[in-house]
Design a binder for this molecule. Structure first.
Ligand code: SF4
Length: 694
């Protein structure tokens, strides 16, 4: 047993893993971090934490950390360590050379949902002001971009409506396409507490997630739908609500656009949306759909929580709008215990979207074509800005392959591992003349890089993260950056090398600029955050203490707008060659591509990605638990170990994506959401065969 004794000092900071945003006390002896203790005053976690935030921080000082800038002239050459000055000047001169040769739009940047708000803000500012285009995107593209689109269309704001604490007032909780026990554990504990108190649960998910069994005594409704049929299911639920007189007519009349509601009501009332018609499409009994719809609509307070199992589909945005339609139709929005709640995957997905890292929006979700808004940023930044949206991440890849996009500044995202159809991504990266990677590890993307700039972990910098409940929390420096510069300082220095002056002495000054330029952040400052502990935006003159619950009395867009949500089957169909549907998710002890959780010194982390397969499908193929299996899709092939399990239905298989060697994204396809290009990670037609150990 290690006796750490009393710490000499502690620093309050925020977990850098999931979108719950737990507050921690980082305890130090000398300059040595010895413990992360969940903060009792944490407003998102109230003293709770999960195993990742509490124990998986050893990666910050792992020997794999790269602490020296490096360059090379071709990806076949070995890396050469150089000074910061040489690396930054080389990157800047390459960006300028490429712009002179191929045009202003041949370069772009990708921001990270792992970095702070301030860092994300600076990357989009660098792209818009120093590169002179809008070719900036965020890794939120591949997770919650449909949330941004769908909630803005219906409710008027691209954010969840509630605090996590709100679930304690819910009578019915509908969880769709999310697995909180593994992906948002502290919220899952709170939800389970509410279920023990008597709240009812509806789970819509192809897989029998832990929550279903966690409350077995109360008989959860589990609608184990076929992957890719969320919209059909949500329309069927709406059909029952409309045709059985379960609408909240008073709420709709007072709060929603009557014309849009009329169209929607007519649309969902059509017999083609009836549970009896949808049962076969979704693979769920009509009676179960009807029972779930009645339960949701007749609750005093009903809340919806959803995750990537909703957004990462070819109809991800449609599903988000269908969820908002359900909440409006039943009056379950605009007070405690209800609402539409996206469970954000990464620590700062909400923040990276808020900070203007989309190619069509400035900070605060304002379109780049808005002359008034653009003039404000032009005045503040001292440059003239481009008025047309730039390239999204998948468009950057396509443009690279057709020769028009040549250089990328990629901060804190491992696109070569985490984006779908790996072969397509790596071909695009190989086609670029200059790839600049800023990261804490030499990741898969760095294999295609020409400049490597050492990044800093969350322990090495000041800043803020914004969690899934719009809560802005301070990140405080616990130790000095191992590479000598925090990520925000690297972007400032790169901008200077490009000839664009950025003058900040501390991230608080970046936040002050964000607050000046972003109406929903007007009253946010480090002093206010220290005073309040944290603040939920909108936080401005109208709400100086922040906003706990959104859309009270009136929607942000005025009248709530019902949207028509026609079900269009995904192009990713099963056939004789690919008869099974693969869907994906996470396990509690690992995180995304595992770059951090695999680099802790705790052996408990070292699991592996497995392929869950139903006993009937396994038996048909002569597969037993633990066998190695080949997984082939239209995009590629990989090998995994099988876990025979009844958690998935026959015809469905499931895996996680935490280990590069398992190659989950080698088999995912290029299909994406029609509105946002969010990849359809959650539906891939595959075939499985037993193979020998690789
Ligand atoms: Fe970190 Fe999320 Fe775990 Fe909280 S629940 S400790 S934010 S990973």
């Amino acid at each position: 047993v290690i006796q750490w004794g009393q710490p000499e000092r502690s620093v309050i900071t925020t977990c850098a893993y999931c979108g719950v945003g737990c507050s921690f006390r980082a305890e130090l002896k000398g300059n040595q971090l010895v413990r992360m203790v969940p903060d009792k005053n944490g407003q998102a976690n109230h003293g709770h934490s999960c195993v990742k935030g509490r124990f998986a921080w050893g990666y910050a000082t792992h020997p794999d950390r790269i602490t020296k800038p490096m360059i090379r002239h071709s990806i076949d050459e070995p890396w050469q360590e150089v000074s910061w000055e040489v690396a930054l000047n080389h990157a800047a001169s390459e960006f300028r050379r490429i712009q002179q040769k191929y045009g202003r739009d041949a370069v772009g940047g990708i921001t990270s949902s792992r970095c702070t708000n301030e860092e994300t803000y600076l990357v989009q500012k660098l792209v818009r002001a120093a590169f002179g285009n809008n070719n900036v995107d965020t890794c939120a593209r591949v997770c919650h971009s449909p949330t941004g689109y769908g909630l803005k269309q219906t409710l008027g704001e691209s954010a969840g409506t509630q605090s996590f604490d709100s679930v304690m007032q819910a009578d019915v909780v509908l969880v769709i396409g999310a697995n909180p026990s593994d992906a948002h554990p502290v919220f899952a504990s709170q939800l389970k507490r509410r279920l023990r108190e008597g709240a009812q649960l509806i789970v819509i998910d192809p897989r029998r997630i832990d929550l279903v069994d966690a409350i077995h005594a109360r008989a959860a409704h589990h609608l184990a739908l076929r992957p890719g049929t969320n919209v059909a299911m949500l329309n069927a639920l709406a059909h029952v609500i409309v045709t059985e007189g379960l609408l909240d007519e008073d709420f709709v009349a007072a709060r929603c656009d009557s014309e849009a509601f009329g169209h929607w009501r007519h649309f969902v009332a059509q017999p083609e949306h009836a549970p009896e018609a949808m049962a076969e499409v979704c693979g769920v009994a009509a009676d179960d759909i009807r029972a779930a719809a009645r339960l949701y609509a007749s609750a005093g307070n009903a809340a919806i929580y959803y995750g990537l199992g909703v957004t990462e589909h070819s109809q991800g945005s449609t599903s988000v709008m269908a969820i908002a339609n359900l909440a409006m139709a039943t009056g379950n929005i605009g007070r405690e215990g209800v609402g539409v709640n996206p469970l954000r995957g990464q620590n700062n997905v909400q923040g990276s979207c808020d900070m203007g890292s989309f190619p069509h929006e400035f900070p605060g979700y304002r379109h780049v074509s808005d002359d008034v808004v653009r003039a404000e940023f032009e005045q503040a930044w001292g440059v003239s800005l481009h008025n047309e949206p730039g390239l999204r991440i998948p468009n950057m890849f396509e443009a690279a392959l057709d020769g028009s996009f040549k250089a990328l500044y990629c901060q804190g995202e491992d696109i070569a591992q985490s984006d779908p159809n790996t072969q397509h991504v790596t071909a695009a990266l190989s086609a670029m003349e200059c790839v600049v990677v800023q990261d804490i590890f030499l990741n898969e993307t760095a294999k295609f890089a020409h400049v490597f700039l050492p990044g800093s972990s969350f322990l090495e910098k000041d800043g803020t993260f914004t969690n899934a409940e719009r809560r802005i929390s301070r990140v405080r420096k616990v130790m000095d950056p191992l590479g000598g510069k925090a990520d925000w300082e690297v972007t400032v220095a790169l901008a200077q090398a490009l000839g664009y002056a950025m003058d900040y002495r501390h991230p608080s000054e970046i936040m002050d600029e964000i607050a000046r330029l972003t109406p929903t952040f007007n009253s946010v400052s480090y002093a206010a955050l220290d005073r309040h502990g944290s603040l939920q935006w909108p936080c401005n003159a109208a709400a100086p203490d922040g906003t706990v619950t959104m859309h009270i009395g009136e929607f942000v867009r005025g009248k709530g707008r019902f949207m028509i949500t026609r079900y269009v089957p995904t192009e990713e169909r099963v056939n004789g060659r690919f008869p099974l549907l693969l869907t994906t998710g996470r396990i509690l002890s690992q995180y995304n591509v595992g770059a951090q959780t695999r680099r802790t010194d705790n052996v408990a982390w070292h699991e592996e990605d497995r392929l869950e397969i139903h006993p009937a499908d396994a038996e048909n193929r002569g597969i037993v638990d633990g066998d190695w299996v080949g997984v082939a899709s239209r995009a590629g092939e990989t090998v995994l170990r099988a876990r025979v399990s009844e958690r998935v239905a026959a015809g469905v298989v499931y895996t996680t994506f935490h280990f590069p060697e398992s190659g989950a994204n080698v088999i995912t396809t290029d299909n994406s959401d029609w509105a946002t290009n969010c990849p359809e990670y959650k539906v891939t037609a595959v075939e499985i065969i037993k193979v020998n150990q690789p």
